[in-house]
Structures are given as structure tokens and as C-alpha cells.
Design a binder for this molecule. Structure first.
Ligand SMILES: Cc1ncc(COP(=O)(O)O)c(C=O)c1O
Length: 401
């Protein structure tokens, strides 16, 4: 028999993205003819705006189909710089910006560029599923910072201070948050910026949902409140969520020039430039008319309010009103210990399985975000679908004994 070599240690503990796995399972069941209400998706249900598609079609017609500069074409970098100026009042030169294959690659490049083995990165909990894996693949150690739903998942500054060590290299912020929909206050962001400058760590601000907020304010990040922290702040963002462009795979980062150089070098030895056609489309999205964003945000707000009101009225369910993104994160732990038939629901994985099997609702178990009391429902889907999903959810809960 042939001797087959083993895989690398680094993949042994690496778990596939649980959100993508749930979505894939729901889609497969649907394809088999099951009547699934899919509330697990992490992407807008809207179509990419027409003017963005047209820019891509034009790029193909023009033969814009070759390698580009690794970190992105000047037209895209200019559109990114203009966005950062427009929304945050911050000036970034082209050498301080890299365009990549999605916000996810930006975060991956950043981790590879800043982390030595054993370096620590503070990750507020609940966290986006990929942060721990991205940190660990770079040899770093995620240090989890717990937060409480009762405090709107705000950062506990005393707890944060207690987690900082000589090995703290960075902290990640995601506001509005996936999965909680919470937005950090300007006061907290300012305090974090001061701490980062004093203790010498980076703040990686994942602004992927920055436009999708419901208080009528424009996008904000830590630099809105503390522009003086610019050298400590690394911006990661992308066009996936704001412009309904998840499949196009364009993200971008901005930060100190030496870090940007390092990220470009890493990208040059891995994926090279992001897709040339998608770069043209992303430039059109960022520089073109922004009414499409307002329309989508208006719909998300309406759906989020509907979800929250329905969940709030359900027995035993606690929920924080969403302030942005397109997720609600209800606490379902009052139902843990109850039984479906002879099977006890002992945590969020059991709850998600129960909902998929009996009520045919796909959601993401909170444990994927480090918070087992909760489940995540996405409302990036039609309000009729949400209504049906919540009807089923309420009935499924009432059948637990
Ligand atoms: C919090 C957060 N950051 C980053 C991303 C990455 O998005 P993309 O790689 O599509 O730009 C996502 C996507 O789900 C996300 O939810």
C-alpha cells in the first residue's frame, strides 16, 4: 500500500467557518425539496446595483482582464481614499491602502503581518467566527474579552485593562457587530484609542458593516473620535455588505505605510491582485451614487425592528435591539434543559439542530461566536420569510417541555 503523508499540524485544530457550514446545510436541504426558512445567511438578499454591474461589464468589454498592481488599481485606491475621507475625515495616500480578495483576506494579511508566535490579540466576545482562526493561523493567541447583553455588549474597560500584557499586539473591534448588531459608543472608542497609544498595540477596526446602522448617523469608527490614534489603527473594510457584493470578493485595508507594505508583500506571494473586473466594479460602488445603500439600510432597519419586536414578545426570550448590521442575537438559554421528545436541549448547538430538524429554520448557534446562550438570526431576507420563520420559532419553543 502507498505511504501517504499527513497534513500540517496547523490544520488539525482548524474548524471550517460554522456560518458558511450552516448556510451550506440549509441550502442542501432546500435543494432536496425541504421547506427551509434560512435565517443563517451573512449576506444581503439584494442584488448588486446595476451601475456596479455595468462597470464590470464595461471592464470585460475593454479587455481589463489582466494582472493589475498587487494592492489594487489607482482608480480603486482613489475611491477607497475618498470614502475614508468622506466618512471618517481621514487622509490616506495610495501607499497606505491595499485592496484584497474580500475583507477576510485583509484580516488574514494583517494577522500574518503583525503577529509573531505567542503574540496576543484581544477579541471581544461575542466575536465574528473567523477572528480566532485568523489569529491562530498566524501563530497568535486570541484573548477573549467577555461582554454582557444587559450592557448592550459594550466593552468593559476595566476588564480590557486587566487583559493587556506585554504580549498584547492588537485588539479587534467590529461595530456594528456581527453577530450582536451592537454599536460601540464614541466614549468607549476614545478610551480604547488612548489605551492603545499608551500601551502600544494596534486596534484593528473591522468596519465591514459601517454603513448599515439605524440611528441615521453616517459611518463612524475609532478614528472619528480619536484621529490622533491613526498610527495605531488598522482599518479593514470591503464592499460585500454595503453594496450587496459578497460574491465579487473585494475588501480593503488602510493603515501605517510599513504595515501596508508588508500586507502587499504577503499578498504578492499568495493571491496577487484581487480580480481585475471586480476592482472596477468596487470602484464604481464606492465612487458612484449612494442611494442604493440608503434603500438597503432602510429595509434592514424595518426588518430589524420587526424581528426585535416579535422576539421581545416571546416567552423566555431576551434580545438587545439591533443598532446596525443585519443580525439579531436572542438569548434562548431559558429553554436549555427543556426537552424535545426525549432529547434535552443543552446548548445553542442542540437548539439550532432542533430548529432545523423540527421547525425547518436555519440559524447559527451562538457557540460559533463564543456565546452559547444565544442563537443568531439574520434578517437579510424578505419580511414575509422573517414572519414565517418567527411563527415557526415561536411554535417550536412552545413545544419544548
Ligand atoms: C464581521 C465581518 N468581518 C468581515 C467579513 C468578511 O467579509 P468579506 O470577506 O466578504 O469582505 C464578514 C463577512 O461575513 C463579517 O461578518
Amino acid at each position: 500500500m502507498a505511504k501517504v503523508p499527513s497534513l500540517a499540524d496547523r490544520v488539525k485544530n482548524l474548524k471550517p467557518s460554522p456560518t458558511l457550514a450552516v448556510d451550506a446545510k440549509a441550502k442542501a436541504l432546500k435543494a432536496q425539496g425541504e421547506d427551509i426558512v434560512n435565517l443563517s445567511a451573512g449576506e444581503p438578499d439584494f442584488d448588486t446595483p446595476d451601475h456596479v454591474k455595468e462597470a464590470a461589464i464595461q471592464a470585460i468589454r475593454d479587455g481589463f482582464t489582466k494582472y493589475t498592481a498587487v494592492g489594487g488599481i489607482p482608480e480603486l485606491k482613489d475611491a477607497i481614499a475618498a470614502k475614508l475621507k468622506r466618512d471618517y475625515g481621514m487622509e490616506y495616500a495610495p501607499e497606505q491602502i491595499v485592496a484584497s480578495t474580500g475583507g477576510k483576506q485583509c484580516l488574514y494579511n494583517i494577522a500574518q503581518a503583525i503577529l509573531n508566535p505567542g503574540d496576543e490579540v484581544i477579541v471581544p466576545v461575542p466575536y465574528w467566527v473567523s477572528y480566532p482562526a485568523i489569529i491562530e493561523l498566524a501563530g497568535g493567541i486570541p484573548i477573549y474579552l467577555e461582554s454582557r447583553a444587559e450592557e448592550n455588549f459594550a466593552i468593559d474597560m476595566d476588564l480590557l485593562r486587566s487583559k493587556i500584557t506585554d504580549r498584547t499586539k492588537a485588539m479587534i473591534l467590529n461595530s456594528p457587530s456581527n453577530p450582536t448588531g451592537a454599536v460601540y459608543s464614541g466614549e468607549d472608542l476614545q478610551a480604547i484609542a488612548e489605551l492603545a497609544m499608551e500601551r502600544g498595540f494596534f486596534v484593528i477596526t473591522d468596519d465591514i458593516y459601517d454603513e448599515i446602522r439605524f440611528d441615521g448617523k453616517g459611518p463612524e469608527n475609532i478614528l472619528t473620535f480619536s484621529p490622533e490614534a491613526k498610527e495605531n489603527v488598522i482599518i479593514a473594510n470591503g464592499v460585500s455588505k454595503t453594496y450587496a457584493m459578497t460574491g465579487w470578493r473585494i475588501g480593503y485595508m488602510a493603515g501605517p505605510a510599513d504595515l501596508v507594505k508588508a500586507c502587499t508583500k504577503i499578498q504578492s506571494q499568495s493571491t496577487s491582485n484581487p480580480n481585475s473586473i471586480a476592482q472596477k466594479a468596487a470602484a464604481a460602488a464606492l465612487a458612484g451614487p449612494q442611494e442604493c445603500v440608503k434603500t438597503m439600510v432602510g429595509a434592514f432597519k424595518e426588518r430589524g425592528t420587526y424581528m426585535f419586536n416579535r422576539l421581545e414578545a416571546m416567552d423566555g426570550i431576551k434580545c438587545v435591539p439591533p443598532q446596525g448590521a443585519f443580525y439579531v442575537f436572542p438569548d434562548v438559554s431559558a429553554y436549555y434543559g427543556k426537552k424535545a421528545g426525549d432529547k434535552a436541549i443543552s446548548g445553542s448547538l442542540d437548539m439550532a439542530d432542533y430548529l432545523l430538524e423540527t421547525a425547518k429554520i436555519a440559524c447559527v448557534p451562538g457557540i460559533a461566536f463564543g456565546a452559547d446562550q444565544f442563537i443568531r438570526f439574520s434578517y437579510a431576507t424578505d419580511i414575509k420569510v422573517l414572519e414565517e420563520g418567527l411563527n415557526r420559532f415561536e411554535k417550536a419553543l412552545s413545544e419544548l417541555g
